[in-house]
Design a protein around this ligand. Sequence first.
Ligand code: MEV
Length: 428
Amino acid sequence: MRKYNLKTSRFSGFYNLTLDERREQLVTHSHLSPEDLLPFNTGGLSSSDADHMIENVIGIHSLPLGVALNFQINEKDVLVPFAIEEPSVVAGASFMAKLVRTGGGFQAKASAPEMIGQMQVLDLENLDAAIGIINQHSPELLAEADEVDPILKKFGGGARELQVRIIEESPIGAFLVVHLIYDVRDAMGANAVNTACETLAPRIEALTGGRVHLRILSNLADRRLARANCMIPVDELAFEKYTGEQVRDGILEAYAFAAADPYRAATHNKGIMNGVDAVVIATGNDWRAIEAGAHAYAARSGKYTSLSTWEADSDGNLVGKLEMPMAVGIVGGATKVHPAAQAAIKLMDIKSASELAEIIVSVGLAQNLAAIRALATEGIQRGHMSLHARQVAIAAGAEGDLIEKVAAQMVSEKVVRIDRAEKIIKSM
Ligand code: MEV
């Protein structure tokens, strides 16, 4: 039974609590019960669950699951689950979400959940005539595709549109591509779209006299976009020796680099994906699909560039925007069968794939800000090193309290290496 919605995603001192204390905090302050958190104890998946998911299973691979704090998205506080092995990511997102709160939080919006299925039509004598025939029969083709998934249809999804275009130049010459636009509601949608394309293919062959070769969804899901924006008052950007204006201008210069140079844009976008993938993985979604869509979208102008934009508004405040394809679902696939993914969705208290997409794109923007703010000021290594040092200490054999002690000493010496960690452990 639902207790109550999360009142705040701000938990002070969360970082310094023990793992059990953090879980207690979640139960005290959110709608989660202790039972809801049980899947996180074990990674959620049993060997027999895993055995049904893929082939040749011999075990389970785990990742740390953290929770990013301080997020306020569309005026709602939300705790965001991150499954990720990289230190600094959860802390960076949480810190930036705190800054963004001072400017009213994130505003995010997902478009209709429309996926694109592609059918490659070959061996046509007259491509223009085939386009005419397909357009003419579009209503009946759409009606047929609509029947493919009665559940989606029941929830208001289904086939929306057929688009036909000619690929003029290719290694095999010109051919036709038919796009089936399909509203997949709260699903990721790959199965429904692929089935619909396979169902339509024989009809398209019969109508056009051509041969439908590939029938598969496109990961460039540019009809299923998620957008987030945020504003940070310039004064809130000040820290240590840096004024707010200096930090803002440094961020704008960093953005200009990514906007202009693909070598930098790839790394800039990787920073966005640090946050995006962490939530996508935590919720059992297909992160390869999200990665493919993101980078193809970043290159949509013909030149690979930054997925985000950063500018100053007329008051001198920092304004960030991120728009990217976001083909994620909350029903079906691993999301449904993975108990930790179910728990992650419950933690966010979301009811639709659109809400999940809006959270993920906001996280991507926060993560981007964390990286470029650090790069534009003190550099990435300082914050990164103290967390990295903990991993090195663990790798060197430190346990319990020793982990923090060994890490702190390495950071103070500015030597974060496994051989040094081993020596410190011996000396302690
Ligand atoms: C590291 O995982 C991500 C960054 O390289 C992103 C960036 O450079 O913007 C720090």
